[in-house]
Design a protein around this ligand. Structure first.
Ligand code: GLN
Length: 388
């Protein structure tokens, strides 16, 4: 009974693997969500909002105080001077931001260059918008962007690039040279760039995230998306935002008004407070996540899997051919019974997972979990028979 716009698109792997974890009582090192919530003061602000009558529709564009807080955040971190009434829109998580951006901007047949492995919602939403994806693969083992391949992916039909950095699932943070290459190509071909920057504050070892919109000639052609979920450990709140030139932000709002109409009212003042008053939270979280990344990667190594050390995000990738497997999905499906652990097979994020440097053998592990969970998960892996 599915419409053509959804045909060929499987259920999202994250729901599938989290359901598998629940069903088998396994530790969930799959879906990326922390098991400790963000700042209690921010939760208290949401409770106050619930109890003081902030329960009816917010303006579709988002409440003024949150849009102003987003504008201040973008100024503080990146130097943008945004008009909160025209250049900021609140979305229901970055996932709605991606959906509204694509539905609001893409015409049938338009080509969109995306980094592969891609986040699964991009594929679904490009298809629902009638667009055509042109993947450019970040190849293992180092997952760098090859600028010649990027250039080759651009055709006369290309109108957009959808760029995710820090990149889920590889943990790549694009370098200055890679960003410059993307910007040069976007300007040369007059492309609009949509960026997913939800892990903007979660970078490690001194790697720094730089938004594409900060590059010369890029602000006017870039729609920047982010959210509070990852930065403040409130992934279930689903509060995100799009920023950029008024005509791009306006296209997001034009579509968003018919999707959710408006986003959850009582959470918006709380997120405004998080951005304005708890800017140190993401910094401390990143320091802590860096240690948990190392704990996970060490534990994986002891279990026979060498992780590619990520520069950002919640995730580390491994190649399960280290253990003799030639298929990461088969590995992940066997894992609950073998070890009582769930991870994410990365091959679902590729058009051609069997291509050289692509993802048939790759498995993604989340380290946004508490240390005892990571320690127990990796101890289970080390004790299990994981051979193919
Ligand atoms: N972003 C999260 C991840 O990559 C999952 C979010 C979702 O399930 N849609 O694990």
């Amino acid at each position: 009974m599915l419409a053509q716009r959804l045909q060929g698109i499987p259920p999202t792997i994250f729901s599938e693997m989290s359901a598998l974890a629940v069903r088998t009582g396994s530790l969930n090192l799959g879906q990326g969500f922390p098991d400790v919530d963000g700042p209690p003061e921010v939760i208290a602000e949401a409770v106050t909002a619930l109890e003081t009558g902030r329960n009816q529709y917010a303006p579709g564009i988002g409440i003024p105080s949150l849009r102003q807080a987003v504008a201040r955040h973008q100024h503080r971190h990146y130097g943008f001077d945004l008009d909160p009434d025209r250049e900021v829109v609140v979305t229901t998580g970055c996932t709605e931001g991606v959906a509204a951006a694509l539905l609001g901007l893409v015409d049938p047949g338009d080509e969109i260059v995306v980094l592969e492995p891609y986040y699964d919602s991009y594929v679904a939403m490009i298809q629902m918008a009638g667009g055509v994806r042109r993947p450019v693969t970040l190849r293992s083992p180092d997952f760098r962007l090859d600028l010649d391949e990027l250039r080759a992916a651009v055709t006369p039909k290309t109108r957009f690039m959808l760029v995710n950095s820090p990149h889920n699932p590889t943990g790549t943070v694009l370098t200055a040279a890679e960003l410059d290459g993307i910007a040069a190509l976007a300007i040369e071909h007059d492309l609009v760039v949509i960026t997913d920057e939800v892990y903007e504050h979660l970078t490690y070892d001194g790697h720094e995230h730089r938004p594409l919109a900060t590059l010369p000639g890029m602000f006017e052609r870039t729609l920047t998306l982010s959210s509070a979920g990852k930065s403040y450990s409130f992934t279930g709140w689903k509060v995100g935002w799009a920023t950029g030139p008024a005509e791009l932000v306006g296209a997001v709002l034009a579509a968003k008004q018919w999707l959710t109409f408006t986003s959850g009212s009582p959470l918006q003042p709380a997120v405004a407070r998080a951005l304005d008053e708890h800017g140190d939270f993401p910094t401390a979280l990143a320091k802590d996540l860096e240690e948990r990344r190392d704990l996970l990667c060490t534990g994986l190594r002891e279990a026979g899997l060498t992780a590619f050390i990520p520069a950002g995000t919640y995730f580390a990738m491994t190649d399960v051919s280290d253990l003799g497997w030639d298929d990461g999905t088969a590995f992940c499906l066997a894992l609950p019974e073998r070890a009582g652990v769930v991870a994410i097979p990365a091959q679902v994020f590729y058009d051609h997972p069997g291509a050289p440097g692509a993802g048939r053998h790759l498995v993604r592990w989340a380290f946004c979990k508490e240390r005892p969970v990571i320690a127990e998960g990796t101890a289970r892996l080390a004790a299990a028979d994981l051979s193919a």
